[in-house]
Design a protein around this ligand. Structure first.
Ligand code: S3P
Length: 183
């Protein structure tokens, strides 16, 4: 079921473990729109895992790479009209105001708002998330949830409280909302 997005992307935002990549894959299958995973592109570009970039170059460098990639994607969207894609972002992409503005004007931004216990469970086996390499993951996720909620809200067009919604149910919700957004 394709969507005419007028050459613009559907952008998925939310904390680590909120389901951006998993749902992005399903939405990509349903719509035929390619999935761009920002973290994976950065890893390919640099030839290193995210956790190694954080360790060797620091978080600030990673954030600069994120913004540069967004600028590149925005140019592709506006200048080349190749933006009919699904973008799965890294959870911290909303930290910079410039990123929030770019995301919001570029396409349809969907925020997966998921409660902390669910995030904790879904990230429990993750080795490649530098911000969670610590025993007090619950406290970290609680703080990130509190600090970032207003930032996600600012960037998003649609907030989905998706802790208790299955992927099968989430994907059609986004599809329907995107049809309306781009109509
Ligand atoms: C981060 C989330 C990660 C990755 C990096 C930082 C964050 O992406 O970009 O580890 O600041 O929340 P996911 O949300 O895909 O795990």
């Amino acid at each position: 079921m394709p969507i005419d997005t007028k050459g613009r992307p559907i952008i998925l935002i939310g904390l680590m473990g909120s389901g951006k990549t998993t749902i992005g894959k399903e939405l990509s299958k349903m719509t035929g729109m390619p999935l761009i995973d920002m973290d994976s592109i950065i890893e390919e570009q640099i030839g290193k895992k995210i956790s190694d970039i954080f360790r060797d170059e620091g978080e600030g460098h990673f954030r600069a790479l994120e913004t540069a990639l967004l600028r590149y994607i925005e140019d592709d969207t506006i200048v080349s009209g190749k933006g009919a894609v699904i973008i799965s972002t890294g959870g911290g992409v909303v930290l910079k105001a410039i990123n929030r503005e770019m995301l919001h004007r570029m396409g349809f931004v969907v925020w997966f708002n998921v409660d902390v216990p669910t995030l904790l469970e879904r990230t429990s086996r993750s080795q490649n998330r530098p911000l969670l390499q610590s025993p007090d993951r619950f406290d970290i996720l609680t703080r990130l949830h509190r600090e970032r909620t207003p930032l996600y809200a600012e960037a998003a067009h649609l907030r989905l409280d998706s802790s208790n919604i299955s992927i099968q149910d989430t994907v059609p919700l986004i599809h329907e909302a995107a049809l309306k957004f781009f109509a």
